[in-house]
Design a protein around this ligand. Structure first.
Ligand code: ZN
Length: 145
């Protein structure tokens, strides 16, 4: 038996949230509040990504609703091509730079070669769905809380 943890450092990951792209946070919130059974919170504009987000629920697997704040943002293009729906899965990592290097070495296509600022001051980076079974993956290193 091999020691998987020794071969795969920085691999303890939990699902942080599931991103869902919508046209309007105000229109989508009542549905998602009833599905999740919690009120939306932490509403924030992330201007670097051209989105406004709000979280519904607590803990792993909570929902992040994303709506575009400008026509040329990535989320606006996603909505144009595919309509509303699941946008990304976000995994929490302890060391984002190390995780990106690991994925680079594994031949996965990085959208962000460097960590950037995400909602709530966390550092995030995205992996391209071309190399991850068609699912956009966000990696998140939590700001010290
Ligand atoms: Zn996200």
């Amino acid at each position: 038996m091999t020691d998987q943890t020794a071969e795969r450092p920085n691999h303890e990951r939990t699902l942080d949230h599931v991103g869902v792209a919508v046209h309007s946070l105000d229109d989508a919130l009542p549905l998602w509040e009833s599905l999740v059974g919690a009120k939306g919170s932490g509403r924030e504009r992330v201007d670097t990504q051209g989105v406004e987000v709000v979280f519904v629920g607590w803990g792993p697997g909570r929902i992040e609703l994303l709506a575009p704040t400008r026509a040329e943002s990535p989320v606006a293009r996603f909505l144009e091509r595919r309509g509303t729906g699941m946008h990304h899965l976000c995994y929490r990592v302890s060391d984002l730079r190390a995780a990106l290097e690991e994925h680079r070495q594994a031949g996965h296509e990085l959208i962000d070669s460097e960590p950037r600022g995400g909602a709530h001051g966390h550092r995030v980076a995205f992996l391209h769905p071309r190399s991850t079974s068609g699912v956009l993956i966000e990696l998140l290193e939590a700001r010290d809380e």
